[in-house]
Design a protein around this ligand. Structure first.
Ligand code: HSE
Length: 439
């Protein structure tokens, strides 16, 4: 049977998962592919570490540069991560005419445009299903299944670490730091957990998805990013009292001649399916003009779920090779390179949505009307108000949900309210999506 030779760079958690899947499911994959995916070489700085995968002698080496230059290797799998050596190795694999599979979302978000151009110029494919949503076929769905649709909107829970932390705080009253430590122990968190909790990992994924969905260059720089580290248990609890859960959402929306790309904690109502996606699980809702809304749900991280996506890419590439070298049959970014445009991204100030505000105001006569007056002067209309408790000497939380308002107006109004003498703390703002509120 024909063999397709694979060179794997990096044998950490996901790399080990790929090696394990290619070894344990070798016959199953061969039965489907009609060829063997042969793990020819595995490069890792710790070649002798026991990973619980039986590889033939000589497969494991320490020098990744040697693997990308080795004759006879058809596909390079980059599982090193980061933007330094991984980028160098991918570029040299492409230069050597190898197809490449990567899960490296940070690299693609920062340097993807140049990497895809290099791959196209060399006539090789660069596939990256595992970079977004682990085992969920987000990239395949956007690139292939929905190819006839205009993509109107995407909403995703794309970071297992954040979702786990928020679920633990919401459901069990855990402390932020304890929940993060547990997610790290489970192996979900990035090496630098700030990438997770500050929303940057989610933004990497949104920038990649938006390129495929909207036919735009990967544009991480203009994604609005707000993480979850500033959220308080009080707001999570109050959101619940109003019928919402708080999730870190990636939101991408198509406008007539611009797009929205934003990542921030978002209140979504209990009856929205995404609000019931808990723990380390991920989910992505995609809305197309023909298909309407579809939902993908599953494990967005971890050894075998991520390996599952990598091996899916390997089989696609192997099928192209077996059909006589059909590189470029599936355009990496879903659009032909010549049709990828630079689409303006709406600054956060120009979006318009519903808002949750929490003010910590001294409980004095007239305070509520002063706050409502400022909001009103900025064209922000209040849908409901709740004031909790009464303190003669301290601040009470006043919570308001707004009708649809423009972010720029909201920012200005909150700055004015914050400057009031009766404001005891900086006001809290949480955006609301898929609201049951009246516009
Ligand atoms: N740190 C990521 C997460 C890993 O928590 O989801 C998957 O990209």
């Amino acid at each position: 049977m024909r063999q397709i030779n694979i060179g794997l760079l990096g044998c950490g958690t996901v790399g080990t998962g790929v090696a394990r899947m290619l070894t344990e499911n070798r016959d199953l994959i061969a039965a489907r592919l009609g060829a063997v995916l042969n793990l020819t070489r595995v490069a890792d700085l710790e070649p002798d570490r026991d990973r619980g995968v039986a590889l033939p002698a000589g497969v494991m080496v320490a020098d990744a540069h040697r693997v990308v230059a080795e004759p006879g290797i058809d596909i390079i799998v980059e599982m090193i991560g980061g933007e330094g050596i991984a980028r160098e190795l991918i570029l040299s694999a492409i230069e050597n005419g190898r197809h490449v599979v990567t899960a490296n979302k940070a690299l693609l978000a920062a340097h993807g445009n140049a990497l895809f151009q290099a791959a196209a110029a060399k006539g090789v494919d660069l596939f990256f299903e595992a970079s977004v949503g682990g085992c969920m076929p987000v990239i395949k769905t956007l690139r292939e299944a929905l190819v006839g649709n205009r993509i109107l909107a995407m909403t995703g829970i794309l970071n297992g670490t954040c979702n786990y932390i928020l679920s633990k705080i919401t459901d069990e009253g855990s402390r932020f730091a304890d929940a993060l430590a547990k997610a790290q122990k489970e192996g979900y968190a990035e090496a630098d957990p700030a990438l997770d909790v500050e929303g940057r990992d989610t933004a990497h994924k949104l920038a990649i998805m938006s390129a495929l969905a909207f036919g735009m260059e990967i544009n991480l720089r203009e994604v609005y990013i707000e993480g979850i580290s500033h959220l308080t248990p009080l707001d999570i609890e109050l959101a619940g009292q109003f019928g919402y859960r708080i999730k870190l959402l990636a939101i991408g929306k198509a406008h007539a001649d611009a797009v929205e790309m934003r990542v921030h904690p978002t209140m979504i109502p209990f009856d929205n399916i995404l609000s019931n996606v808990n723990g380390t699980l991920n989910a992505v809702s995609l809305t197309g003009d023909a298909c309407g809304e579809i939902l993908l749900y599953g494990r967005g991280a971890g050894m075998m779920p991520t390996a599952s996506a990598v091996v899916g890419d390997l089989v696609d590439l192997a099928r192209n090779i077996l059909s006589g070298g059909a590189a470029g049959r599936l355009p990496g970014l879903a659009y032909q390179m010549a049709n990828i445009r630079r689409i303006p991204v709406l600054p956060i100030e120009q979006i318009s949505t519903h808002y949750y505000f929490r003010f910590a105001a001294l409980d004095r006569p007239g305070v509520l009307s002063t706050i409502a007056g400022i909001l009103g002067r900025h064209g922000i209309s209040i849908q409901s108000v709740q004031q909790k408790g009464r303190k003669s000497d301290g601040a009470v939380p006043v919570v308001m949900l707004s009708h649809r308002a423009r972010e720029a107006d909201v920012q200005q109004a909150l700055a004015e309210i914050s400057a009031l003498e009766v404001s005891a703390e900086k006001p809290v703002l949480i955006r609301i999506e898929d609201h049951n509120l009246v516009d």
